[in-house]
Design a protein around this ligand. Structure first.
Ligand code: PLP
Length: 405
């Protein structure tokens, strides 16, 4: 049995690349191991019932991880704890709490505040479609005020429990000045969904965000084969999150925890390589007359959004190497039409006012060779423009310059 309490605190001076490989694993050598162990136990022997009862009482009262061996898999799992420790190191937070999915992580965070009577949420559009829906629908008994980043301070009320923002945002890649936004939140916890940037490109906690959320399903896992979510935060908030997680049951499976810890090891190299390819594709798309507009964050990254002049559905139908699929952050390139898929659940007028036009496509750039990707995109763009072959450019031809931002 592996004791979660033995995972030591890491020194703060190591680089992100080193942390990605070693964080959450520093005790392995002392355990005589090289790879992190995978613990599938749902329960653990506890012969001293009174002592076990005291540990359960302690968790119920505080939400702190019980000392000593784990109690029950819905409360704590050593493999998942390694992933939590590692992601906290990468995001520069005290700790982190993992969940079954990104949506389970957002749900638990909202519930922590709502159950304390703080039922009002302030949020900036666009958000991922299901995150938007969770807040807009009031499913969790909350009320939302949508605002632009400059309106945060005015939107905050006495019962505001949370400010929610994505930067770069899904799917438009709009960015906000996180430090300025954190300032205008005052004492209200700011939750930054850092799924698109990853800690390789941006660490929101250092800019003032109390809570940093990931759909771990995306870049943290990195291979399109694991679903998970995580909130990196301080121990005080983590205690509340663990209590909600224990009560509602949205725990990360140990195998998912194992795969996510393994995914973190290659996160910096994947994100950097994918970002280089994305930047080159952005350059070509921005110069292409079949493309009306390209969206790419100042921060960089491997997510690209672009609006086509022709039929966006012909692009998703036309790609052969690139997979037309929802989700992102995998080793292979994915493309999808947000208006039809990832943001379908958001009302059309809200999509449009958030900049999600019907022409918009969102592409998650993978690790393939840039020339192979361009060859595929080029053919699909020709299909979208309704031509069987790409029209040769006429020298001096007048055409609209695509805006790049
Ligand atoms: N946040 C962002 C930015 C996302 O893109 C997604 C999913 O696409 C989520 C959260 C939800 O994550 P999950 O699908 O792991 O529940």
């Amino acid at each position: 049995m592996e004791n979660t309490q033995t995972t030591p605190t890491m020194p703060t001076s190591r680089s992100l690349a080193t942390e990605a490989v070693h964080a959450g694993r520093d005790d392995l050598a002392a355990l005589g191991l090289h790879a992190a162990p995978l613990d599938f136990s749902t329960t653990y022997p506890a012969r001293d019932t009174r002592a076990e009862a005291a540990r359960i009482d302690e968790f119920a009262a505080t939400g702190a991880r019980p000392d000593g061996p784990p109690v029950y898999a819905r409360l704590d799992n050593p493999t998942v704890a390694r992933f939590e420790a590692a992601l906290a190191r990468l995001e520069g937070t005290e700790t982190a709490v993992a969940f079954a999915s990104g949506m389970a992580a957002l749900t638990a965070t909202v519930l922590v505040r709502a159950s304390a009577g703080m039922r009002h949420v302030v949020a900036v559009r666009p958000l991922y479609g299901c995150s938007d829906h969770l807040l807009e629908s009031g499913l969790l008994g909350t009320e939302v005020t949508w605002t632009d980043p400059t309106g945060i301070a005015d939107a905050i009320r006495a019962d505001t429990g949370l400010v929610v923002v994505e930067s770069p945002a899904n799917p438009t890649l709009a960015e906000v000045d996180l430090a300025a936004l954190a300032d205008s939140c005052g004492s209200v916890p700011l939750l930054v969904d850092n799924t698109f940037a990853t800690p390789v490109l941006q660490r929101p906690h250092g800019l003032g965000a109390r809570l940093v959320l990931h759909s771990a399903t995306k870049y943290l896992g990195g291979h399109g084969d694991v679903l998970g979510g995580i909130v990196a935060c301080d121990e005080e908030f983590a205690c509340r999150l663990r209590q909600v997680r224990f009560a509602t049951g949205g725990v990360l499976h140990p195998l998912a925890g194992y795969l996510l810890l393994r995914g973190l090891a290659t996160l910096p190299v994947r994100v950097r390589a994918q970002s280089r390819t994305a930047a080159e594709l952005v350059r070509r798309l921005a110069a292409d007359p079949r493309v009306a507009r390209v969206h790419y964050p100042r921060l960089g990254g491997a997510m690209v959004a672009f609006e086509v002049e022709g039929d966006p559905h012909a692009v998703t139908a036309g790609v052969r190497l690139i997979t037309p699929a929802v989700s992102l952050g995998s080793v292979d390139t994915l493309i999808q039409h947000p208006g039809s898929i990832s943001h379908r659940i958001v009302a059309q007028e809200d999509r449009h006012s958030a900049g999600i036009s019907e022409q918009l496509l969102r592409m998650s750039v993978g690790l393939e060779d840039v020339e192979d990707l361009w060859c595929d995109l080029d053919r699909a763009l020709t299909l979208s423009s309704g031509r069987s072959e790409r029209r040769p450019r006429v020298t001096g031809e007048r055409r609209r310059r695509p805006a790049l931002r």
